[in-house]
Unconditional design. Structure first.
Length: 214
């Protein structure tokens, strides 16, 4: 869907949750388009519409024609709509703010998890546990795909969504190296939960500089 091969990414804080989203998005984009590049700017804020709009403008000025985000205002989506480029919503369905721009949105969908846990409490089966879930557990959901996406791309996207939800596909399967060529996942090796929960680096191929620890 990109013509410039440059994807702009607005990052909130350089924590594992956000970093693994950037890395998985890059690996997926690279698999679809080997020439793609990510341009990442960190805001160190979750919600600041004015700052998000400013950063989105910067990314457009640097040649990006698709905007991704792990910030939660609709500023980037609205700018994409205004400028006639594409974007992705984050945390909620943002399509109404960019009806011609939003390719899809990653939606926080915690209702089914809350329902299950409350039911366990009520029937006496609740116990403390760690939860790391996604599409398959309905903890996240995807908004509808933009209707103007070419049919071939639409079918490919739906296939990937189904495969991830069913556990047939994982965003992090080797061979994958860390930025700079340092080894990480061997051929066919799956990233562990520990890897995902402590990720503080970019994968190889991303040219942006990962923020130094403060």
């Amino acid at each position: 869907m990109t013509r410039t091969n440059r994807i702009g990414y607005l990052g909130a804080y350089p924590i594992p949750q956000v970093t693994r989203g950037i890395n998985s998005a890059y690996l997926a984009a690279k698999a679809a388009n080997p020439d793609v590049e990510f341009d990442i700017i960190w805001l160190n804020e979750w919600f600041n519409p004015d700052k998000e709009a400013q950063v989105a403008h910067q990314l457009l000025d640097r040649g990006c024609d698709i905007l991704m985000q792990h910030t939660v205002s609709t500023a980037a989506v609205e700018l994409a709509q205004e400028k006639g480029i594409y974007s992705f919503g984050q945390s909620s369905d943002m399509s109404k703010y960019g009806p011609h721009a939003v390719l899809t949105s990653m939606i926080n969908n915690w209702g089914p998890y809350y329902t299950r846990r409350i039911s366990e409490f009520l029937n006496g089966t609740w116990k403390s546990e760690d939860t790391l879930g996604g599409l398959g557990q309905e903890i996240i959901a995807l908004g509808g795909l933009l209707p103007t996406i070419p049919n071939r791309v639409h079918l490919q996207a739906q296939d990937v969504i189904s495969r991830i939800a069913s556990g047939q596909q994982h965003p992090f399967v080797g061979p994958v190296r860390r930025q700079g060529g340092k080894g990480w996942l061997a051929l066919g090796e799956l990233a562990s939960d520990s890897d995902l929960l402590t990720m503080n680096y970019y994968v190889d191929g991303i040219k942006s500089v990962f923020p130094a620890a403060s």
